[in-house]
Design a protein around this ligand. Structure first.
Ligand SMILES: Nc1ncnc2c1ncn2[C@@H]1O[C@H](COP(=O)(O)OP(=O)(O)OP(=O)(O)O)[C@@H](O)[C@H]1O
Length: 582
């Protein structure tokens, strides 16, 4: 019955332990089950392998290998209490023995249950649950086919090779995007490479999805240059536009770092930048001077409150201002508006109502409340002067445009971080507001590299981080309803507003040197600490993918190697210029 489902090699379950530790924030404790399985010394086992062991319930309990240690019988109990001469002699013999006498040596494989059972009854069925395994039982390794069936999404998008298995990793990209994505790794581990290769797959496979990248390190226009060319796209900056295509090409080369691996493509890159300019894809973003941006509901509420608290406001008017606040609150609730949303004529009926009440209550024509209400009405109904400039509003309209040929890839180059925060906040607020009003199901993915700059643990008003943090938090909490999603990447989780972590269902993790960061992820997803520690062994471009009801059919952590984006870029540029001599 179980033929072909498992590898030939078998192990035996020797020990079961429960390990408890304090949570990363020190406020509670978490426990992890750890099993030790003995396998023959020459077994092909790596971290990430999936094992199956008979459980009390008779189905197989699935375990994931977190670590392995070779053990020699001769060295058991060989500790410091044994005289040194004897210790040396034993170890010398053991050294000689390795590789010659496999009977005396074995692998202690540390594995932990991942919350699934396997039923083999005619067919195979994986189901969620836990039933204790029987100590001493045979432990089997899932065959390649069964592993693939358990881990991969059959019809999914290929995003790399699973480490230790001859299997391509396929994920459900649509669901991964839907539940937001996080990329967490120490600097230089390959975050931008992974982000770029995910984005190029989204552009290829998820045709109705648009991608907006906020790029403070000016790297994505190179990493995705072929995509900017082959898709309708925008390369947006706050700098003035180049005067002609030659200037565009030169300036692009001067202001961007070309990775060493593709330096031979410098000339092609310059030509591609010229092409971007010629096809009108380069845009200068007009950012209005600070303070001249639109009023939000929060700001209007503050103004009304100031009227109530102002000692010069006549007493007779104060209850009406109080009522005004109440009515604003009601309107906001009915229309699902937040304080960060930009105020518009939705408020007009409330202003009219308060004005009528003020008249009926016999206030004089020159009472300050009338002036206040009139000014507010004039502001909300005034037509904003349509300028020629490409501003946040125009960009938001383009991003929300559902026309088939409308731009799909937007790269915003924003090296000035304070300005970047302002733009991120304003754009997200604009898009959320507009989406709420015009229902559309086309997904938009916002990519925030160096996310700790936009949603820091400590926010401040004066550097705009409070503003951007509120907007991004709102996007991650409520965006899904409006098909607005986030991909955030950072090198330190500790610097991030941890409220948002709960909102992300798909994590890509590479080396995180700080134990706090690893522990936080282990707790959030119930992953064993030992498995998380294996991320320290990962090389550049290798990742641990952890997903909760999103990217994968089952919630199982997977180690994989991401494709080299620069190779894909090279091919893309070559394909876009078949006639050139690259
Ligand atoms: N999967 C991969 N295959 C081959 N090379 C890779 C892979 N991932 C990353 N690299 C290479 O490793 C280097 C660092 O990658 P990358 O710039 O993406 O790291 P990063 O984590 O974004 O770094 P930083 O935090 O400094 O921005 C680059 O030269 C990149 O080309």
């Amino acid at each position: 019955m179980s033929e072909g489902l498992f590898e030939e090699q078998i192990g035996r379950l020797r020990e079961m332990k429960v390990i408890t530790r304090q949570t990363a924030d020190g406020r509670g404790s978490v426990s992890f089950r750890n099993f030790i399985v003995e396998f023959p010394i020459n077994s092909k086992i790596t971290a990430g392998k999936i094992l199956a062991v008979k459980s009390l319930q008779n189905d197989y309990l699935l375990l994931e290998v977190a670590d392995l240690l070779p053990v020699h019988y001769g060295m058991i109990n060989l500790d410091g209490s044994i005289p040194k001469e004897i210790r040396d002699e034993v170890m010398r013999k053991v050294e000689e023995d390795w590789g010659r006498n496999d009977e005396e040596a074995w692998l202690d494989v540390y594995a932990y249950p991942i919350g699934y059972l396997l039923k083999i009854d005619g067919g195979v069925e994986f189901y969620k649950g836990y039933s204790p395994p029987i100590p001493g039982s045979t432990v089997r390794i899932l065959s390649r086919e069964l592993y693939e069936k358990f881990v991969c999404d059959k019809n999914g998008v290929e995003i790399g090779n699973i480490i230790g298995e001859d299997v391509k990793l396929k994920i459900n990209m649509e669901k991964a995007i839907n539940y937001h994505i996080g990329i967490f790794a120490f600097t230089g581990s390959g975050k931008s490479n992974l982000t770029a290769s995910l984005v190029r797959r989204i552009l290829k496979e998820n045709k109705d999805t648009k991608v907006v990248i906020f790029d403070i390190s000016l790297e994505y226009s190179i990493l995705l240059l072929d995509q900017l060319i082959s898709n309708n796209s925008r390369l947006i900056s706050t700098e003035r536009l180049p005067i002609n295509k030659t200037d565009a090409g030169r300036r692009f080369i001067r202001t961007h770092v070309i990775p060493e691996e593709i330096i031979d493509l410098k000339d092609e890159i310059r030509k591609s930048a010229e092409e971007l300019f010629e096809s009108n894809k380069m845009r200068q973003l007009y950012v209005p001077p600070e303070g001249s941006t639109y009023l939000t509901y929060g700001e209007i509420i503050d103004m009304v409150r100031a009227q109530i608290n102002d000692k010069y406001t006549a007493f007779a008017q104060k209850p009406l201002f109080g009522l005004f606040l109440k009515k604003i609150d009601e309107t906001m609730r009915q229309n699902k508006l937040t304080k960060e949303d930009i105020a518009d004529t939705t408020l007009s009926p409330v202003i009219d109502e308060i004005e009528t009440l003020a008249r009926e209550s016999g206030l004089k024509e020159n009472a300050s409340i009338f002036a206040f209400l009139n000014a507010l009405r004039a502001y909300l109904t005034s037509e904003i002067q349509e300028g020629e400039e490409y501003d946040i509003e125009k960009m938001a309209i383009e991003i929300l445009d559902n026309e088939e040929n409308s731009p799909r890839l937007f790269i915003l180059e924003l090296p000035n971080i304070e300005e970047a925060r302002l733009i991120v906040g304003q754009l997200i607020n604009q898009i959320m507001l507009r989406r709420k009003k015009s229902y559309s199901i086309n997904p938009i993915l916002f990519v925030l590299d160096e996310a700790q700059e936009f949603i820091p643990f400590d926010t401040k008003q004066k550097d705009n981080s409070e503003f951007s943090s509120n907007a991004v938090e709102k996007l991650l909490r409520h965006g899904r309803k409006y098909h607005l999603h986030g991909l955030i990447s950072t090198q330190r989780l500790a610097y991030l507003n941890t409220n948002v972590l709960q909102q992300l269902h798909t994590y890509f993790i590479s080396t995180l040197p700080r134990p706090y960061d690893r522990q936080l992820i282990a707790e959030t997803f119930g992953i064993n600490d030992t498995l998380m520690d294996r991320t320290l062994d990962l090389e550049v471009g290798q990742w641990l993918l952890v997903s909760f009801k999103a990217a994968l059919p089952h919630d199982v952590p997977v180690f994989f190697t991401a494709p080299n984006n620069l190779e894909e870029l090279r091919k893309g540029i070559q394909n876009s210029r078949p006639s050139s001599s690259i």
